[in-house]
Design a protein around this ligand. Structure first.
Ligand SMILES: Nc1ncnc2c1ncn2[C@@H]1O[C@H](COP(=O)(O)OP(=O)(O)OP(=O)(O)O)[C@@H](O)[C@H]1O
Length: 311
């Protein structure tokens, strides 16, 4: 049973549908990415799940039960890290955590204990007493994530958590997310960065104009849109005979050569690579290098929406 089940949620402003019949589910320990450009409807979808906004229709189940934002137990399943920083700049990191832990209803002693644990998780234990206004953007964002972890949520929702963050903090954020999924937390992660969706998410929902256009693992999405893989082979000589060998393989869609390089298109490079290497070895071709290029989510997005993912 999935931990989060979103079914057919919609939201309109006036006559504009900004979330249009969106459905997806996330299992325990799974990271699900909502990938789409600015204005696609990611924040609105999240705001509905968190309860900041009301949906016009659709249903949400968490841990098998109808999710109601007025139900404390239901809300306690969710840890939410908003796009905008929601920390007090004049307080220290530890005081921020203790304050929010008390807001979540933890006793004073539990709030202290949990704040120390969370500082450890987000890697800020040695900066705990420093005022947040002295933090870098990335450190403040890690603290923001820490607040989302205080109540040990089963579902962690992060809205574009790496925007404007330095590479080191970005990696720390990724590690935090992986640590959480390792402990069984279901993660909903929105981004307009294809690389993040590819690196972090088990499954991705491609969202545009309020609609989920396609969903699956990167591999599934790429094969669904029918983009071919490319294999680039470099060799010292014998290019023409190698091309003839490769053209004879049943899986080959296209082969072309230039200089010491051969480029071939196939549906699934990983599946045919052993055969490609075998047949070239048999005909005496000496390879210098082999490179496999699989189509990325950018190509998928372009294919599905007719536009680029980037701003
Ligand atoms: N209160 C509102 N009134 C009218 N339109 C709104 C309102 N809030 C959001 N929208 C519109 O809804 C659409 C979806 O916005 P949303 O913030 O969910 O997108 P997003 O994918 O999260 O993008 P971003 O990363 O820029 O936040 C946008 O076209 C936005 O202009």
């Amino acid at each position: 049973m999935p931990f989060l089940e979103v079914e057919g949620i919609s939201k309109s402003y006036g006559s504009t549908k900004v979330v249009d019949n969106v459905s997806f589910s996330i299992a325990e320990g799974e990271t699900y990415g909502l990938l789409g450009p600015n204005g696609a409807g990611k924040t609105t979808t999240i705001s509905i799940i968190v309860g900041i906004l009301q949906r016009d229709s659709g249903s949400i189940r968490i841990n098998g039960k109808e999710h109601s934002v007025t139900d404390k137990a239901s809300k306690a399943h969710i840890g939410f890290v908003p796009q905008q920083l929601a920390v007090y700049p004049d307080l220290s990191a530890v005081d921020n955590l203790r304050f929010f832990a008390r807001l979540y209803g933890l006793s004073r002693a539990d709030a202290r204990r949990r704040s120390e644990e969370v500082l450890e998780v987000i890697g800020l234990s040695d900066r705990a007493g420093e005022t947040v206004s002295a933090f870098s953007g990335g450190m403040a964002r890690r603290l923001n994530i820490g607040i989302g972890l205080l109540n040990r949520p089963g579902l962690l929702i992060l809205d574009e958590p790496t925007v404007g963050v330095d590479p080191q903090s970005r990696n720390a954020i990724f590690e935090n997310v992986k640590k959480q999924t390792g402990e069984g937390v279901a993660v909903l992660y929105t981004t307009h960065y294809m690389e993040e969706a590819e690196r972090l998410c088990d499954r991705v929902g491609v969202i545009d104009g309020g609609q989920i256009k396609a969903e699956g693992t990167q591999r599934e999405l790429v094969s669904a849109v029918g983009e071919d893989d490319t294999i680039v082979l470099r060799m010292d000589g014998g290019r023409e005979s190698a091309i003839r060998t490769l053209e004879a393989l049943p899986e080959t869609k296209q082969v072309s050569g230039e200089g010491s390089e051969i480029t071939m298109l196939v549906a699934d490079a990983r599946a045919v690579l052993p055969q490609v290497l075998d047949s070239l070895t048999q005909t005496g071709t000496v390879l210098r290098s082999v490179e496999v290029r699989e189509p990325d989510l950018e190509a998928v997005f372009l294919h599905l929406t007719g536009k680029a993912l980037r701003d």
